[in-house]
Structures are given as structure tokens and as C-alpha cells.
Design a protein around this ligand. Structure first.
Ligand code: AMP
Length: 216
């Protein structure tokens, strides 16, 4: 199996596909959004800076994200394949990420671009719920990912929460940020022959066979 980088607009399903692949194939799922949310929850000066940026829908400075990423990757079992969910997120993060790969001796990776339309991504954003304890993701507008009981995690019965950047206003800013900062990195990976495109279908499970063909 290849290492994977997901690139996508907000709420396209990076986290969902990452969780599915981690469960089925033992991938290590590395989400920079999750690393930042954990740092934010420490509520120190750095946490407060991160919190402000994330809730505004803007990107967090490269230095902060890359430091969290490097520290996290160092602790991972080196024999494990991993999924990068959320990084690189702009052109200036490409070289540092590829440098980390180089230092780890990795060249068998694929970049999967999840193509989803604006309206679908907005709807997914507004329905998204997460378990704060086990981090399992749900969506109240999706038959596939609805919790069995309203607002409760199927696995640990914890009350589900909504991300505070999952509002219509912040989604619009995150989408604009994606268009200006993240979309240009697609061209780079296309040029070096690493890019695969997946058109996101209504049910994530229907996209899985295509993703599996790409990563094997
Ligand atoms: P996500 O969980 O991927 O939707 O990310 C949530 C938020 O975290 C984004 O809107 C950004 O503010 C921040 N973020 C996540 N990954 C990065 C990154 N690689 N660089 C900068 N900011 C990031």
C-alpha cells in the first residue's frame, strides 16, 4: 500500500476516507486539523492564537503546523504507512512535507484530490458532528453516517459536538482560502505525476473501490 496525501476543499471527506482506510488497512491517519485542535485545547498563548485563526477560517502559519507535524511523525512506528489529511495546504508547505518524506526514505506516495461541488461540501459542513472522546465522525444529513441515536456516539455513547468552524459563514471563508491557497498545489502534484482525481459520490463507500485501486 502507498502512503497517501489527501487534498480537498473543506468537508469533501478527507477525514472520512482516512478513517475508513485506517480501519481497513492499518494506516496511520495524520490530520493537521486534529493536531491543531489538540494544541488549541491546551488553551495557552499558542492555543489561543490557533483558536482565533481556525475559527476565522484562515490558515494557521506554516511554522506552527509543520512543527506539530514533525513532532508527531517522529513518534510514529516507521514501518506504518500513513495518510496526510490536511497538509500540504499551500504551495509553501509542499517542500517541507516532501523533505520529511525524503528524510524518512519515502517515495511511494500518491496524492488524491477529492473533487466535490460547493453545495455538497456546504451541506456536509453543516451536518458534521464529532465524538469528542473517540473522535468518530458523523453527519446528521447522511443516511450513511447518521448516529443511531440523535447526538450520541454509537461506540461510546458520548454526546456529539459540532466544530465551531462548521458554520455557513466560516465555510465560505474556508472555501475561499482553499481556492486561493490549496487549489494551486494540485497543479504541482499533477506536473510531477503523483496526482489522482476522485469525484466524490453521495456515499463514501461507493468511492472506496476506486481509492483502493489507486493506493495498491
Ligand atoms: P481541517 O480539519 O483539515 O478542516 O482543518 C481545520 C482548520 O485547521 C483549517 O481551516 C485551518 O485553519 C487549520 N489547518 C489545518 N491544516 C492546516 C495546514 N496544513 N496549514 C494551515 N492551517 C491548517
Amino acid at each position: 500500500m502507498k502512503n497517501i496525501i489527501f487534498i480537498a476543499p473543506p468537508a469533501a471527506g478527507k477525514g472520512t476516507f482516512s478513517d475508513m482506510l485506517a480501519k481497513k488497512y492499518g494506516y496511520e491517519h495524520i490530520s493537521t486539523g486534529d493536531l491543531l485542535r489538540d494544541a488549541k485545547n491546551k488553551n495557552d498563548a499558542l492555543g489561543q492564537e490557533i483558536s482565533q485563526l481556525m475559527s476565522s477560517g484562515k490558515l494557521v502559519p506554516d511554522k506552527i503546523v509543520l512543527e506539530l507535524l514533525e513532532n508527531y511523525i517522529k513518534k510514529i512506528d516507521p514501518s506504518k504507512r500513513f495518510i496526510l489529511d490536511g497538509v500540504p495546504r499551500n504551495v509553501s508547505q509542499i517542500a517541507p512535507v516532501l523533505n520529511i518524506f525524503k528524510e524518512m526514505g519515502i517515495d511511494d506516495y500518491v496524492v488524491i484530490f477529492l473533487d466535490v461541488d460547493y453545495e455538497k461540501a456546504m451541506k456536509r459542513t453543516l451536518g458534521r458532528l464529532t465524538c469528542p472522546k473517540c473522535k468518530r465522525g458523523y453527519n446528521e444529513f447522511s443516511e450513511e453516517f447518521k448516529p443511531k441515536e440523535d447526538n450520541l456516539c454509537d461506540d461510546c455513547q458520548t454526546e456529539l459536538v459540532r466544530r465551531n468552524d462548521d458554520t455557513a459563514e466560516t465555510f465560505k471563508i474556508r472555501y475561499d482560502t482553499y481556492m486561493s491557497e490549496t487549489a494551486p498545489i494540485v497543479d504541482y502534484f499533477k506536473k510531477i505525476g503523483k496526482l489522482e482525481l476522485i469525484t466524490v459520490l453521495d456515499k463514501a463507500v461507493d468511492n472506496l473501490p476506486q481509492i483502493e485501486r489507486i493506493i495498491k
